[in-house]
Design a protein around this ligand. Structure first.
Ligand code: 9D3
Length: 247
């Protein structure tokens, strides 16, 4: 898959992508990311990308022409059928299902805004969709672009090792995680749950699923509603509730 990013801060994108699991996947050619800086598509001496808002008020607005030129160049390097996503605070809230869908697209352009945003005519005429990563105010679309690239890259075959990939689609899908422990077995009187050192793999499986169900019920009840439960899972959740009532 090919991803293009239109951004006034391409170095922010490039440097962040060199790290960790995603950096390794890029090195090995699992996918590609190219950055397009609208400032490189200006022709005036000041390389102007923004201007004052019509109607007055504070802040600056990104001009259409440099954004449009950068986007056109970005699309040239992508296969037909690639989608153009503008990152804006009032867009559709990005979630895992959108990462899974985007993973199957031939290409993707992520367009990051800065300042108060971009001239509305660009959003109307030049992009397919607008996405946000959540209800908090950031300074621009670069961090959202990185969040989205990270989420999509993890789903591409070849990004994760086989052990991590196997974990992705498991019985705990749609639940929050169970608690994790590593050595030492005792830490100032706080011991690792005995079942985890018992060697009884069926008991460990049941304990983890019980914890994941219980924590989802406590912390993210709406996830349990959406997902539903099998009869075995209902039983495990009851065990979790009973155990908790006894504490
Ligand atoms: C304080 C400014 N806001 C007035 C109501 C509007 C506003 C303009 C520009 C809010 C944020 C931004 C910059 N944010 C993004 O470009 C952005 C974003 C975000 O802020 N939160 C979550 N997702 C995204 S995607 C792009």
């Amino acid at each position: 898959m090919r991803i293009a990013v239109v951004s006034l801060f391409p170095q922010m994108i490039r440097e962040a992508l060199n790290i960790g699991v995603v950096g390794r996947a890029l090195e090995r050619g699992v996918f590609q990311v190219d950055c397009f800086d609208p400032r490189q598509y200006t022709d005036d001496p000041h390389r102007t990308v923004d201007d004052r808002p019509y109607g007055g008020g504070p802040g600056m607005v990104l001009k259409v022409e440099p954004m449009r030129s950068a986007l056109r160049d970005a699309m040239k390097g992508l296969p037909p059928g690639s989608r153009r996503i503008y990152l804006g605070a009032d867009g559709r809230r990005f979630e895992q299902s959108m990462a899974r869908e985007a993973c199957a697209w031939p290409g993707l352009v992520l367009i990051a805004g800065r300042y108060e945003g971009i001239d509305e005519r660009f959003i109307e005429q030049d992009v397919d969709e607008q996405w946000s990563i959540g209800d908090y105010v950031l300074s621009g679309g670069e961090l959202p672009a990185l969040v989205i690239i990270d989420a999509i890259a993890r789903l591409m075959p070849g990004t994760l090792g086989s052990a991590e990939s196997a974990l992705q689609e498991s019985y705990s899908d749609g639940l929050v995680d169970w608690p994790h422990y590593t050595r030492p077995q005792a830490l100032d009187g706080h011991e690792v749950p005995a079942v985890l050192t018992s060697g009884d793999h069926a008991a460990i499986y049941r304990w983890r699923l019980r914890q994941a169900l219980g924590r989802t019920w406590l912390r993210r009840p709406e996830l349990l509603e959406q997902r539903g439960m099998s009869d075995e899972e209902r039983e495990l959740l009851e065990e979790f509730k009973n155990e908790r009532a006894r504490l």
